[in-house]
Design a protein around this ligand. Structure first.
Ligand SMILES: Nc1ncnc2c1ncn2[C@@H]1O[C@H](COP(=O)(O)OP(=O)(O)OP(=O)(O)O)[C@@H](O)[C@H]1O
Ligand SMILES: [Mg+2]
Length: 577
């Protein structure tokens, strides 16, 4: 076979051009006619091993390490998320609208609760065109100090909640700045903020964009304005979006938010609809969740080493007792003895090997479970009250479980059920409402640990139909709430909860408790239905008995009527018995 000169090798089609590993493989494995086969005749040089072979220069000029180094540079977090906006919940226009409102509302509710203020929220969606909307979210919270406004709204991963262990809706420091960035990317417009922190001080008006290359705010307008409120924050932004109705819409989100936050008053104005008001169902703020220190059983070795480096404690014993929860002086002594580390050692002098021993000793030492005053459940009464206002049903039940721990993080599960819900067809799947720290989760239901917990419960034992691997069937609403200092979401868009076995187990236990109560109700109902069926069957024959008796005993019409009435009466009384 004649060999082709490099110039004669047919140029690869764009599709077949490969780079990286694939290209290396392709170069190493010549195939087909056009592949040059090294022979001594054609090449006086010793033949190379196939793996050493390089593609001829005219096909592809590969960069060397120096050229590659020229292209290597840092990626700012804003650049990353503007390319990966789906990770933040901005993957389609309908979801973008919901995510934007959700982020702003979460922040408003968090801020009000932290400042001890009963939340008063106003949410408005204005349709500018079929694909463009303006969103305004206003709260009566504490406001934001002027210096902080640009960073809060104009840089990603900047917030007050990430570094502390305390139950809140937000945790990552991305939410509202990501919404602002999405608005900016799709409309070119800045996010507009008005904030007031004191009745005697003027409000501030800001217009902010994000410099995505540097993940830094660019302040367009910063001025004082009059605002007729004592304190609060108003966030306004324009974005490319679509407004849809339905369960997974902003309307559905608002209803569910009101359900899980009975202490909030929410005014919601959707495009073309009159204002909707969700009145406060209680004037009591939820129990304030306390901030806690990490529990030593939940940390990993790398984190322990970093904490040893960062601490201000003078010795390792003080480090253990002050930086962690549930480590008493006695427990610290036991840990240090087991790890063979002297208690007066400075934390910065505990190197890797000793840190590993310390880590092992911590995990081998019995410690009290983490404190649970960091959690603020909705509570059974509030769950029931909320469900009663939202659904007309025959039976309601709720169960709030005690706190448990996953990876050192306290969490608790609450479940509510409403059975025989009017307006729900009885032969469809049940409706599942998922909440994390009082925030409704509307997307990624099938990927969520909550769904797994519900599906893996045997509903048939409670008299409720269920097909394998599916939600139960019936006019049933299942509400599941997880409260935690750190909710383990499967992604930054905070849509589904990761499958921690401890969490799934608690969900199932809470459902089982509610299920048992539902089972009693359903079975009682089934018994009564059977009785009724029998009675109606007998009732059908009463007039015929009357006619027969009339003929046999020669009764008058009146006597026949009396006999029928007596029989009916007896039947009715037997039913009451
Ligand atoms: N309406 C508001 N009132 C007071 N403070 C606010 C308000 N909105 C945002 N903040 C402050 O701005 C910070 C950043 O908000 P952002 O939504 O970006 O992150 P986050 O709420 O901390 O976490 P997540 O990304 O999970 O939402 C918050 O941590 C909070 O301190
Ligand atoms: Mg937030």
């Amino acid at each position: 076979m004649a060999l082709l000169e490099p110039e004669e090798i047919p140029a690869p089609s764009p599709k077949s051009v490969q780079t990286g590993k694939g290209a290396a493989k392709a170069a190493a494995k010549p195939t087909g006619k056009a592949s040059p086969k090294p022979t001594e005749k054609a090449s006086p040089k010793p033949a190379r091993e196939p793996s050493e072979k390089r593609a001829p220069k005219s096909v592809r000029v590969h960069p060397d390490a120096r050229e590659m180094a020229n292209r290597q540079r840092e990626i700012s977090v804003s650049e990353f998320f503007s390319k990966n906006r789906h990770l933040l919940g901005f993957d389609n226009p309908a979801k973008a609208l919901l995510t934007t409102i959700k982020e702003a509302v979460d922040n408003s509710l968090d801020a009000c609760e932290e400042a001890g203020i009963l939340p008063d929220l106003r949410i408005e969606i204005v349709e500018l065109s079929e694909t463009r909307y303006r969103v305004v979210v206003e709260d009566n919270g504490p406001g934001i100090v002027r210096q902080q406004v640009p960073r809060v709204f104009g840089s990603l991963l900047y917030g007050s909640k990430f570094h502390r262990l305390r139950q809140s809706r937000g945790q990552q420091g991305i939410g509202i700045s990501a919404a602002g960035m999405y608005g900016q990317l799709t409309t070119g417009k800045p996010i507009i903020i008005r904030s007031k922190i004191d009745a005697n001080k003027p409000a501030h008006h800001f217009e902010i964009q994000i410099d995505t290359n540097r993940n830094m705010p660019v302040v367009g307008v910063d001025k004082e304005v009059e605002w007729d409120v004592d304190h609060g924050t108003r966030v306004e932004l324009e974005l490319e979006a679509t407004y849809k109705r339905g369960k997974r819409s902003v309307d559905g989100y608002m209803e569910q938010t009101a359900l899980a936050n009975p202490h909030a008053r929410i005014v919601y104005k959707a495009p073309k609809d009159p204002e909707m008001v969700f009145e406060r169902a209680t004037n009591e703020l939820p129990k304030e969740p306390m901030e806690i220190k990490p529990h030593p059983h939940g940390i990993e070795l790398g984190m322990l080493m970093r904490m040893l480096k960062d601490t201000t404690s003078r010795n390792v014993k003080a480090f253990l007792t002050t930086e962690f929860s549930r480590v008493s002086a006695k427990a610290a002594e036991d840990i240090l003895k087991a790890a063979k580390v002297d208690e007066s050692t400075s934390p910065s002098r505990v190197h890797r090997d000793s840190a590993e021993k310390l880590y092992q000793a911590i995990n081998a030492t019995k410690l009290m479970a983490p404190p649970t005053n960091c959690l603020s459940p909705i509570g059974e009464d509030q769950l029931l009250a909320g469900m009663r206002t939202q659904f007309q049903a025959d039976f309601y039940t709720a169960n709030s479980r005690g706190p448990q721990v996953y990876r050192g993080n306290p969490f608790l599960i609450e479940v509510g059920l409403a059975w025989n819900v009017k307006e729900m067809p009885g032969d469809d799947l049940a409706e599942l409402y998922r909440f994390a720290n009082r925030v409704p989760l509307l997307y990624q239901q099938s990927a969520c640990a909550v769904t797994k917990g519900v599906i893996s419960t045997s509903w048939k034992s409670y008299g409720v139909q269920q097909s394998r691997g599916a939600l139960p069937t019936g006019a049933l609403v299942i509400m599941v709430h997880i409260a935690s200092v750190w909710v383990p979401f499967t992604s930054e868009s905070k849509e589904a909860i990761a499958h921690y076995p401890e969490i799934i187990k608690e969900i199932r236990l809470a459902i089982q408790e509610c299920g048992r109560r539902l089972g009693i109700y359903v079975r009682r109902g089934q018994r009564e239905a059977m009785e009724l069926k029998k009675l109606s069957y007998i009732e059908k024959y009463i007039p015929h008995i009357g006619i027969a008796l009339k003929e046999i005993l020669k009764l008058s019409d009146q006597q026949e009527k009396d006999v029928v009435a007596t029989l009916r009466d007896t039947l009715e009384r037997s039913r009451n018995l």
